[in-house]
Design a protein around this ligand. Sequence first.
Ligand code: ADP
Ligand code: MG
Length: 228
Amino acid sequence: MSKLQVDNVSKHYATRSQPLEVLRGVSLALEAGQNLAIVGPSGSGKSTLLSIIGTLDQPTSGRVLINDIDVQGLSEPELAAFRSRRIGFVFQDHYLLPQCSVLENVLLPAVPLGPISVETFQRAEMLLERVGLSERREHRPAELSGGERQRTALARAMINGPGLLLADEPTGNLDRTTADRVGQLLLELQQQEPMILIVVTHSQRLAETMQCRYELDAGVLRQLAGLR
Ligand code: ADP
Ligand code: MG
């Protein structure tokens, strides 16, 4: 079971003049099977919030609990292991390794967890099938279309069976049709393996396919539509 609780999270950066307040008292509570879109103008703190939820960055104040674990209480090695097992990331850029095949790229996040088992290998193949890339498994990223690269990145994010999938502008580099396909796949993957899905997007179309929508404006999170 997956549970995410964001409690009154604020983030400030020290600057030469007054501190820059990037997030102001952001709170959220989500459970497995729920999905959420966060929209908002550029610079409003969306990526910062996603990084904090994904344990890549720390809040100035407030807490993030994942499965009731206060992630700030974990040491750096514990956090790295926790992140590998529990959290999947998809970014606007695919960040695939150019020298590795599609299949190898999908397997990469499993490498820090130990020797690749037969089950993990089969899972990679199953995920490639789900994102429609079985025929491309031996291709290098340069031999793929933009949509295929992003679909590879989706399969990679899913390899360790995360309870929390975080996507930051996952369709930002794609044309409309390809973006629709990637958005649809995100939701399909979530239906097949109940997790929490948070998508930051500029796309109104993608946001509207999510169960609920929030807007981040100048660091304040406000619900626009959906559950609750
Ligand atoms: P968004 O993803 O909504 O476009 P970001 O979360 O990337 O916004 O950034 C929010 C604000 O925080 C921006 O004004 C940005 O300049 C500022 N910011 C981000 N990282 C840092 C940092 N390391 N130091 C200072 N300011 C930062
Ligand atoms: Mg951003």
